[in-house]
Design a protein around this ligand. Sequence first.
Ligand SMILES: Nc1ncnc2c1ncn2[C@@H]1O[C@H](COP(=O)(O)OP(=O)(O)OP(=O)(O)O)[C@@H](O)[C@H]1O
Length: 342
Amino acid sequence: MRATDDRGAEGRGELNRPRQPNAPLLRVRGLRTVFPTRRGPVVAADGVDLEIAAGEALGVVGESGSGKSVTFLSVLGLLRPPGRIEGGEILFDGRDLRRLPMRELRALRGRQMALAMQDALSALNPAFTIGQQLIETLEAHGLAKDARVQAAALLTRVGIPSAAERLDDYPHQFSGGMRQRAMIAISLAARPRLLVADEPTTALDVTLRAQVLDLLDELREQDGLALALITHDLAVVAERCPRVMVMYAGQVVESGPTAEVVVRPRHPYTRGLLESLPRLEDPDRPLHPIPGQVPDLARLDAGCRFRNRCSMAVAACAGPTPLVDLGDGRASRCLRAVEVTP
Ligand SMILES: Nc1ncnc2c1ncn2[C@@H]1O[C@H](COP(=O)(O)OP(=O)(O)OP(=O)(O)O)[C@@H](O)[C@H]1O
């Protein structure tokens, strides 16, 4: 076992390294994002490492406030002040986004990376038709040729019937599910290579949810889209994402191949999330929500952040708990990782 480096990549000379042909499309090392607050600095992403290759889906799970959105808003350059990236490296296609000139960065972020959010209603502008919003996005990315035809094709792609006619509808004329899919169409308009989908299906019913997730699968398989799927729902991740990253209180606490993580978790927090899930095959199984609450991020000590809720905690958990590489693509921040029973 070896501890992964939590300090970020500064000083490791990786920036000058030649690009590797099989390098992941997105590689984040030691990301540290901080919000200054009256109660002191809140480190909402604390030494986050992650990788996503083209055509791959990474599931990102964790309770509310664990730092999932902040991590990816930092990656996409959409973090709002006073939030600030204080450390780490964000490599997209081998280039460190934190060191690119602003103009290049904007072009890259608009064109190659996109965000689809949970709340389609607030993401769409009620004063413009769906078509206008799609066409505007296409034009902004230099894809103005036959923009209306392209816009209709995008709507068709996300499963909206009679797309050419529906282009002239306003968002309020679309159902909730259609708005969600229209928003995904807009986020795909510039043909991004990386899509961050932040709870893209939370507002949808079961059928629509499956449709949207099928679409994302298809884009990944056919177009090589790299996908980060942020969700509270470990069941969705188990079904759709080959790899998963579990976040707790600003840190990655466990990561690995989803099929193995859900069967044999290596962190008590992951196990807790699994035990709080209903099971389709056993609907009567009692659910066990994780007792206690996420700690106040402005009042953390050096120890394991989960230890006050953890039935396995021992005295050593008050000391450092680095993310440890367990081999076979798995990593855990628990000192007793191998003792965690399913
Ligand atoms: N504008 C802000 N000011 C201060 N702290 C913030 C701000 N935005 C986020 N945070 C801090 O960052 C933490 C992580 O927030 P984040 O939105 O990333 O959580 P999340 O895991 O995505 O939760 P959710 O699932 O509810 O979206 C929050 O708990 C909060 O402490």
